[in-house]
Each structure stands twice: as structure tokens, then as C-alpha cells.
Design a protein around this ligand. Sequence first.
Ligand code: ZN
Length: 393
Amino acid sequence: MKSFYNEKLAELNAKVTKVEKKGSHLLVSFDDTIFYPGGGGQPCDTGIVSSDSFQGEVISADEKDNVVHEIKPTNGSLKVGDKVNQKIDVKRRHSLVRMHTGEHIFFKSLQKVVPDLLLDKISLGEEESKLFVFAKSLSWKEIFEAEKIANEIIRENKKITEKEYPRDEALKMEGLRIKPERIPGNIVRVIEVEGFDLSACRGIHAHNTGFVGSFLVTKFSKTSNGAEIRFMTDASKELFRYASLLRESSTLLGTNPEQVPDFIQKLQKDSGELKAKFREAASKLAMQAKNEQVGSRNLIWNVVEDLDNKQMSDTAMKLCKDRAIVAIVNKGQTNSVIIAASKDSGLEASKILNQVLQHFGGKGGGRELLANGSFTGSVDSFISDLKELLENS
Ligand SMILES: [Zn+2]
């Protein structure tokens, strides 16, 4: 018997038909069960089994020939023939039913907005659930539209019924969402949201759409062939949290909530432009290097900040002419350094760099004309060591 489909029940009396050991746990079957064994993306129920001489926690239920319950005993023992009381964790069941029913309503809503969309799989959780879809393209705009339809259906408190049909008959039903390859056997359980959706499913659903409370998409990200959509149901708490974040954000930005997205886009554009300007200015500043005659060569050097490696090597190459050794040091927690050597200097950039870095425990690599490395410690000492090396080369 499968009394788990009678979701008005929160507890049930049943008789033990089989007991096996699994470590310190028991694998138990009953002549009837209130525990949904999971399936169709909906996790199994959990709860408690008890009798005069036994108490245990049902940590999972799985359907094989019949439903097998994994029970962690907390008191006493259990044997075939014992009469027990089964109690499900009602809060968990209700959350999962809300999620599952919400998923049916939302998926259908999304299909109304994006007709070529297909269901990949669902993964329901008590707090947040995931829906994976195949879609050529999908945007927040379409998701918002579907979310709106779903919440209207929830508000209308439409009737939800479930009925079993012979497979042949079900396959002929117009508009039925079904994946025949995933349904074993000859009976198809059809869930109908009155006037809105028909879907083949073996999970547990609410009897009216109002039970879902509300439907909120919490995250949307694209996958290689579609999208992952995370959602919550009965989401008023989360909606208030989102509203608080928006109100805080709009206050920080000094704008109306309606204008926040446009305002952020403008800020992003401004910040991009400023970064480009800053980069340009930093590069210009880096070109104002010191030029000293050391022995028969020119040592051209500069200490900069906030330059990336490409800017540093571009600067070094531009400055490197006429028997020159160029050193550009970018100061930071770890200093990075670029050394350039002109061909007529008679020296190799990588050799110079490695010789100086020896004193600092730093590391570097590169070629004859250009080398880069990093070190910690005093930049002044680095420059003076470099000078000393050039004097003696
Ligand atoms: Zn379902």
C-alpha cells in the first residue's frame, strides 16, 4: 500500500513485514507506508517510527519491490509482525510539496513564454530548488514574465487533481507533458492543474495552487545547452529581504528603486572609462623615467604603481635605445620588475635580472632583450645593486 499519496495523512499505523540490518541501522518494510520514497525530482520523506517497544528515525525511504525504510534505532528493537506508528516530518513534506507544485506551475508558465523550451531535470530542496532546462536562449526578461504568470496561477487557487491512466490512453492525451522513456509500467499518473497544465509525474503535489504561496526565482545562470534556474516557494520572507536590499541600494546610490538598474549600468560605463583614462595616465607617467650614465651605458629606470605587466614591458621597450638598460619596478607587497637591454648594450636582460635578484631571493625569467621577475624588499636597494652591477660589467 502507498498511503503516502494520501497527503492529508501525517501519521499511519502499519505492520512490519521485513527487517534487515545495515550496520547499526535497519532496513525495514511495512504492509503500508506514509513515507514517500522519492522520485520525479522530489526527495523522500523522513520522520519517526515508534511502537511500545521501539523508537527510530526514518532517515530515508527508497522504492524497490516495495518501499524500504532506512531507520536509525534510538530505542528498543523491531521484528516482523510488530505494529508501529509512522509519522512523517510534516514541515519537510509541505516544503517539498510546495516546491514540487510550484515547479509544475512555473515550468508550464516558462513554456508559454518560450515555447521551444524543454525540461531537463529538477532537484527539489526544502529551502531552495533547482530546475534545469534545455533552451536555445533564455533571459531574465522571459523569466520575469513566466514568474508573473506562475504567481497569477497561484493566486487564482486553481484545483490540482491526480489521476491514473493506462499508458496508451495517456500517450494520446493532448498537451500532456510526458517523457515516456522515464515511465516504467503501464500506468501513467497525470497531474492536472485545472485549465492550465497536464503533466505525467509520480511525486506528491498540493490540491490547489494557492498552497504554493508564491514563486520566486532566486538565481538564473546559463549552462552549455540551456539554463539552471533556482527558486523558492512561499517566498514572502525572501521577497522582503530582496526589497530591503533594493531599498538600501537605492539609498546608497541616491536614486529611486526603479532607476537602480540603469544607474548601475551608467556607473559601470563611467568606471570603465575612468579605468582606461587611469591606465593611459599611468603609462604616460611611467615614461618619465630617470636616465643616468653608468659606465659606458645608460641606465633608464622608474618606480611606478598600478601598472600591469603588459604596460610595464611596453614602457620598457619604448624607453630602451642607445646602449641602454631599462628597469621598470612596479611597487607593491611583492614588487614586480621588467628589465630591457638594448642590443648594443652588450648585456642580456635575463642575466642582469637574475644576478640582481639573487640578493633578494626573488625570481625571474625572460630573454636577451626583455626579462621580468618579482622580489620583496627595498626598491632603492634593487636599483643601487643594479647600478653596481652595471658599473662592473
Ligand atoms: Zn510532479
